[in-house]
Design a protein around this ligand. Structure first.
Ligand code: ADP
Length: 195
């Protein structure tokens, strides 16, 4: 699939609440398909670590569990998707997160004559999400993995991002995957889905 038409590689979006494992699965699937996994969370964290102007602008917002504004994210994503490695497909992890971001992505794809092939929604019960993120906070020390920030990120996901599931379902590109299983089992389901 990945090496068919050089411009026609799979363009995939991963949707899923924080703690659903979508970052792990997106990276793994992308590697198997030979396409880049583009994580907007990783890009923003890299900007913060680098002390760039963008990093300074988004640091406090990320620490609070809120979303960075749509215009800033549009710039970040537009520039990243313009790079050569994203021409033949990509997996987007963490974008879009709002209806406006979905419109922006649609616009970028339309402009290139491209379309989304697949939107994968990773489903995990809320109780499991909270316990996963709480232990991740201890192990990796992510500043936004504290209990009250976790709740805020889940709230933002439910209110703002989860409605995108409906949108992509109506567009006929949505597939739901049970993320409440071991990493390898979930990965196997995803591999089957794109095959
Ligand atoms: P998660 O563990 O919730 O999947 P990410 O690593 O994707 O977290 O993102 C971490 C934080 O980065 C978000 O809580 C948000 O502040 C910011 N962020 C990442 N992607 C976006 C986006 N598409 N729109 C707005 N903010 C974003």
């Amino acid at each position: 699939m990945a090496d068919a038409d050089p411009r026609g590689g799979p363009r995939i979006v991963f949707l899923g609440p924080p703690g659903s494992g979508k970052g792990t699965q997106a990276a793994r699937l992308a590697e198997e398909l030979g396409i880049p996994a583009i994580s907007t969370g990783d890009m923003l964290r890299a900007a913060v670590a680098a002390g760039s102007e963008l990093g300074a602008r988004v640091e406090g917002i990320m620490e609070s569990g809120a979303l960075v504004d749509d215009d800033t994210m549009a710039e970040v994503v537009r520039e990243r998707l313009r790079q050569a490695d994203a021409r033949c497909g990509f997996i987007l992890d963490g974008y879009p997160r709002t209806a406006r971001q979905a419109e922006t992505l649609q616009g970028i794809l339309d402009a290139g004559g491209d379309r989304l092939d697949l939107v994968i929604s990773l489903r995990v019960p809320e109780q499991e999400l909270v316990s996963r993120m709480a232990s991740r906070g201890e192990v990796e020390g992510r500043a936004d993995d504290r209990a009250e920030v976790i709740r805020e990120r889940l709230r933002v996901y439910e209110g703002t991002t989860a409605p995108l599931v409906e949108r992509y379902s109506a567009a006929g590109v949505l597939r739901e995957v049970d993320g409440d299983r071991g990493i390898d089992e979930v990965a196997a389901s995803l591999r089957e889905l794109v095959a």
